[in-house]
Design a binder for this molecule. Structure first.
Ligand SMILES: Cc1cc2nc3c(=O)[nH]c(=O)nc-3n(C[C@H](O)[C@H](O)[C@H](O)COP(=O)(O)OP(=O)(O)OC[C@H]3O[C@@H](n4cnc5c(N)ncnc54)[C@H](O)[C@@H]3O)c2cc1C
Length: 445
């Protein structure tokens, strides 16, 4: 039987493998690390009992590809779905303000929700509404020429609005501030989140650690579909002959018996394995960091599931009951800071926003992810290659390939679905289907 080799066990690799296995194509997934998950995984904290994630992962109601993937692997109940958008914002001086859609038909539910958003004056709320109403009047070409900051300025959004509203959305959705994000990508995101339907803007969180939420379940699904997950298998190179990969070399030996190969590893890792000329575009990616601090309090009196902070260097606080998870996005400026320096910054902000002082904290753990996401600037977005390559039996997946989405779980999962479709439609790739019915009948007379 001719199987497919998938390289990389993050969302993209798992999505590819699951979509193929779901169509009765046998897959071997090779992952260099001893665990699945890539940039979205969990592990045991240094207290030896709490499972923590490398970073809080938020999904939105518009993550349709992700929900479909979760459904295939039987994990849709491992997510917590908000019924409708509701965010508790904190302002310096312990003030809490809600941004909440109201129960009206879409899009009035959102427009009225914004009119009720007390973090800014009423006249500024009207300016936000005006902005929303004008989004569709802009062409992609016009937007491509501007940063989000330039666009907001043009539409007379002031500093207060930017800090209390637009910056929060840009940082949350794109992991980058309004100065660096492309207006075109931002408009696409706003349309997806706010203009699609009533449920697109709600926030969805994993119920458990990320590994339990999707990795284990995806692995189990693959194993029931005659596919294998091979951990601690680092792919080191390929042998190419006549426009085909004929051998995959790993630190555990070589594999030659396969129909096709799908890379679902980051571009910087792929570049070391294969000439970039096989891709139909040469990506020009720059990355943005995320810093996560897990914090164990002596007494956790937070009541909400999560909080957004307005005008703070800490962007989000997630209440995990046993501990808090603090998120700082667009965090390149903190990557060289020591653990103690980061702790000082966190304490300063917590003190101002939620009245927490040093003596109220038992312990903390800092996680720096330098290449968390790629920067969604226009030049970068235009340089993304598609899932098909110049080789007949080689495809690429990953949040960085051309999915028309920013660097997110949704993009990674979509890339996997696109690869599966390309492969199924390929005339040159000679994979075979395994026969589900025959397998189920084994042993029956
Ligand atoms: C801290 C943090 C917070 C984030 N928050 C959000 C969020 O809230 N919402 C959201 O949508 N997105 C978020 N993201 C982005 C999201 O995690 C990524 O977009 C997504 O996980 C990318 O998946 P991927 O499969 O494309 O790549 P990766 O997850 O990077 O997976 C690639 C895999 O390939 C493996 N690999 C690499 N080289 C080799 C090799 N030679 N051989 C074998 N295996 C190899 C790696 O070990 C890795 O497991 C966040 C990212 C981080 C880091």
């Amino acid at each position: 039987m001719k199987k497919c080799i998938v390289i990389g066990g993050g969302f993209a690799g798992l999505s590819t493998a699951v979509h193929l296995a779901n169509k009765n194509i046998k897959v071997d997934l090779l992952e260099s690390s001893p665990k699945l998950g890539g940039r979205a995984y969990s592990f045991l904290a240094k207290d030896g009992k709490t499972i923590i994630d490398n970073g809080q992962h938020i999904m939105m109601g518009c993550y349709r590809e992700t929900f479909h993937f979760m459904k295939i692997i039987g994990a849709q109940d491992k997510l917590i779905y908000q019924p409708a958008l509701e965010i508790n914002f904190l302002k310096e001086g312990f003030t809490q303000i809600k941004l909440k859609t109201v129960s009206l038909p879409h899009p009035f539910n959102l427009l009225l929700g914004i009119l009720n958003y007390q973090a800014i004056d009423f006249s500024d709320r009207l300016k936000i509404l005006k902005f929303f109403l004008k989004i569709i009047a802009y062409s992609d070409k016009e937007l491509s020429r501007m940063s989000v900051e330039e666009w907001l300025k043009k539409e007379k959004q002031n500093e207060t609005i930017n800090k209390a509203f637009w910056e929060v959305i840009a940082i949350g959705a794109l992991n980058i501030g309004i100065r660096k994000a492309s207006a075109k990508t931002f408009a696409d995101v706003l349309k997806e989140i706010f203009f699609k339907n009533k449920l697109s803007s709600r926030i969805i969180l994993p119920k458990y650690g990320l590994s339990e939420t999707y990795c284990n379940q995806a692995q189990h699904f693959l194993e029931t579909k005659e596919s294998s997950v091979l951990l601690s298998h680092l792919v080191t190179g390929f042998k190419i002959k006549d426009k085909n990969i004929v051998e995959v070399q790993t630190d555990q030996g070589s594999i030659a018996d396969f129909a096709c190969v799908i890379s679902a590893i980051p571009y910087y890792a792929l570049q070391k394995l294969i000439p970039v000329s096989v891709l139909n575009k040469k990506p020009d990616l720059r990355y943005s960091s995320i810093l996560t601090v897990h914090l164990w309090l002596k007494d956790n009196s937070f009541t909400e599931e999560f909080y957004g902070l307005i005008n703070s260097s800490v962007h989000w606080i997630f209440n995990k009951k046993t501990h808090l998870t603090l998120v700082i996005s667009d965090a390149d400026y903190l990557m060289e800071q020591t653990r103690e320096e980061i702790f000082e910054l966190i304490i300063r902000e917590l003190n101002k926003f939620v009245n927490i002082t040093r003596d109220m904290i038992n312990d903390f753990q800092v996680i720096k992810e330098k290449r968390a996401t790629f920067v969604p600037s226009d030049t970068i977005l235009d340089s993304r290659p598609s899932v098909v390559t110049g080789l007949d039996n080689f495809f690429i997946a990953g949040d960085w390939v051309d999915t028309e989405l920013p660097s997110t779980i949704e993009s990674a999962v979509k890339s996997g679905r696109l690869v599966a479709e390309a492969l199924l439609n390929s005339k040159t790739c000679k994979f075979t289907f395994y026969n589900e019915r025959k397998r189920n009948n084994v042993g029956k007379s």
